[in-house]
Write a protein that binds this ligand. Structure first.
Ligand code: FNR
Length: 183
């Protein structure tokens, strides 16, 4: 069986290293994972007043999450936490209360930063929300990809052999996790 994986990128920047990582992983994915980036930059800011009648872009996004078997978050760290644009997307698909699109979906978290600690703060703040959203999150291997400013070549390939091998290991573990936990 092949599982549909929604890949969420926590940066809207055109040359985002997190988007480069997402694209590299989509290209590296085993056949059992149909990975595709689900865009979040078009989403309006979440407003609880709209719960009964959400904006169309928010409905469409929530539907895309609902129709996915699993989620993979690839995010930068902003001020030691999750970028607002990603938190907004998470909030949108979590509501109205009791009708969360995230519930029970297996997840993985990768943080990518030019900095030395690889977005550890964002990675773990994100995990805090995923606990509440009842998403089983892959624990090992953890993926804090630091020093990533020069990680990709002009074709978007991971230049560094050890990082590429690590990401292959991560994907293999994630594939097993999704296979075990997807509904
Ligand atoms: C950053 N950056 C950053 N890096 C980090 O390792 N820890 C941090 O807390 C922050 N904080 C932060 C806040 C804001 C508002 C910005 C714009 C940037 C730097 C960040 O890692 C860098 O810009 C990455 O290149 C962002 O990821 P993308 O856009 O390349 O995917």
């Amino acid at each position: 069986t092949s599982r549909k994986v929604a890949v969420l990128v926590g940066s809207l920047r055109k040359d985002s290293i997190n988007r480069k990582m997402a694209k590299a992983l989509v290209a590296m994915a085993p056949p059992s994972l149909q990975m595709a980036i689900v865009e979040i930059g078009q989403l309006p800011l979440y407003n609880q007043d709209d719960d009964a009648n959400p904006p169309q872009a928010s409905r469409d996004f929530k539907q895309q999450i609902q129709s996915s078997d699993a989620v993979l978050f690839i995010t930068p760290e902003y001020n030691r936490s999750v970028p607002g644009v990603l938190k907004n997307a998470i909030d949108i698909a979590s509501r109205p209360y009791g009708q969360s699109a995230w519930d029970g979906k297996p997840a993985g978290v990768i943080s990518v930063s030019p900095g030395a600690i690889g977005g550890f703060g964002a990675n773990h703040h994100l995990r805090q929300s995923l606990v509440f959203l009842n998403m089983p999150v892959l624990q090992q291997p953890e993926a804090y990809v630091g020093g990533a400013g020069d990680l990709f070549d002009d074709q978007g390939k991971i230049k560094n052999d050890s990082t590429r091998q690590f990401m292959e290991k991560f994907l293999a573990a994630y594939e097993g996790w999704v296979g075990k936990n997807a509904k």
